[in-house]
Design a protein around this ligand. Structure first.
Ligand SMILES: Cc1cc2nc3c(=O)[nH]c(=O)nc-3n(C[C@H](O)[C@H](O)[C@H](O)COP(=O)(O)O)c2cc1C
Length: 342
């Protein structure tokens, strides 16, 4: 693990000075915000701290035009970071007021958060604080230990609390069909040289503080991510068949497959899906669970509708996840705070 990774994840709440100014407190809380997941670990966010206020901006220079042409996942990622910020501030006993999309003229300004001294603290979030540094995307197989119905209920409630819906896949038949579509979507994505080129660009070894590192398990055990030739291999060869088979096995073998959906399919809905995602993931951690993503059929517009019908959801599918108990793996790196906070 390099120093950058170690530093970001070893943040310690006791380091927040008792007499910190509001701006210092916000900057400290942002150390937790940036530990949020993001597609391809692009970390597409920028924060501006001004006294008691912090503004969250989308950094569209970190977009993924092939996998995410409308910046949907980019805004979901920013929503996850916003949720971590809320959890950290609540844990520090601070109340805040959030205005979403405060500027009609600037769609990149996603939210402003202002501390409200003496206001109501969202104590319901504090129990999730320790999960922020424990959460990790686990792409390896999970144990087949079933998830108890009461835990599943908690996960559903976590997503609902953020204005989204969690549809769990219950029947064997639906799971098998989904697994096939995930494999089909993999093959289609990897068939596209632009997709492979984009993915390769976000895989180490050339990157240090973003992108997907070797020890994150990569896109499957199919590839040895420790090899510097991995990104070259992805760029050059259509390896979609092998990836598809690996993902199909993960989809059929995981104890829970679930889809986060929203009533609308616009930027406010994506921001809400991001907050719901992180609330779900942190709640899962408190229950000893981990997760990874099988978003491929959602990323392909033509398959999204099919997925919606199969899982029986009213809203727009945003993320497809598998959850279960998995092996411990290392954290992905994070950019320096000075790069994302001003
Ligand atoms: C909106 C979104 C979409 C994602 N899609 C995928 C995906 O399709 N496949 C995958 O393996 N990981 C996916 N991830 C996980 C990221 O790659 C991961 O969060 C990132 O590499 C950082 O690692 P960490 O979550 O362990 O901190 C996604 C994350 C987010 C927030």
């Amino acid at each position: 693990m390099d120093t950058q990774t170690h530093d970001a994840w070893s943040v310690d709440a006791s380091e927040l000075a008792a007499n910190a100014t509001p701006a210092e407190t916000l900057r400290f809380a942002l150390r937790y915000a940036v530990l949020a997941p993001s597609s391809h670990n692009t970390q597409p966010w920028r924060f501006i701290v001004d006294g008691e206020t912090v503004t969250l901006n989308a950094d569209r220079l970190r977009a993924l035009p092939v996998a995410d042409p409308y910046d949907r996942e980019l805004i979901i990622s920013c929503g996850a970071a916003l949720f971590n910020l809320r959890v950290a501030l609540s844990r520090f006993g601070l109340a805040y007021a959030i205005t979403l999309f405060p500027s009609r003229a600037d769609p990149d300004t996603l939210a402003t958060l202002k501390l409200v001294p003496g206001g109501h603290v969202d104590t319901g979030l504090t129990a999730l604080f320790d999960a922020i540094t424990a959460r990790v995307t686990t792409r390896l197989p999970f144990s087949d230990e079933p998830i108890a119905p009461e835990i599943r209920e908690r996960l559903i409630e976590a997503v609902q609390a953020e204005g989204a819906e969690l549809a769990c896949v219950h029947t064997h038949e639906a799971r098998m069909r989904l697994a096939e579509w995930i494999a089909e979507a993999d093959r289609r994505q990897f068939d596209d040289p632009r997709f492979r080129r984009e993915l390769a660009g976000w895989i180490h070894s050339s990157r240090r503080d973003d992108g997907m590192p070797a020890y994150a398990g990569g896109i499957s055990t199919l590839l040895d991510f420790a090899s510097p030739l991995v990104s070259l291999a992805i760029r050059t060869f259509d390896i979609g068949g092998g990836v598809a088979a690996a993902h199909q096995a993960l989809a059929t073998g995981s104890p829970l497959i679930a889809c986060i959906a929203t009533g609308f399919d616009d930027a406010p809905a994506w921001l809400s899906a991001g907050q719901a995602l992180e609330r779900l993931l942190l709640t899962a951690v408190t229950q000893g669970l981990t997760a990874s993503y099988l978003n491929q059929p959602i990323e392909l517009e033509t398959m999204r509708e099919r997925l919606r019908a199969t899982i029986n959801i009213d809203g727009a599918p945003q993320l497809l996840l598998r959850l279960g108990r998995g092996p411990r793996i290392g954290h992905a790196p994070r950019r320096a705070l000075t790069d994302v906070v001003s």
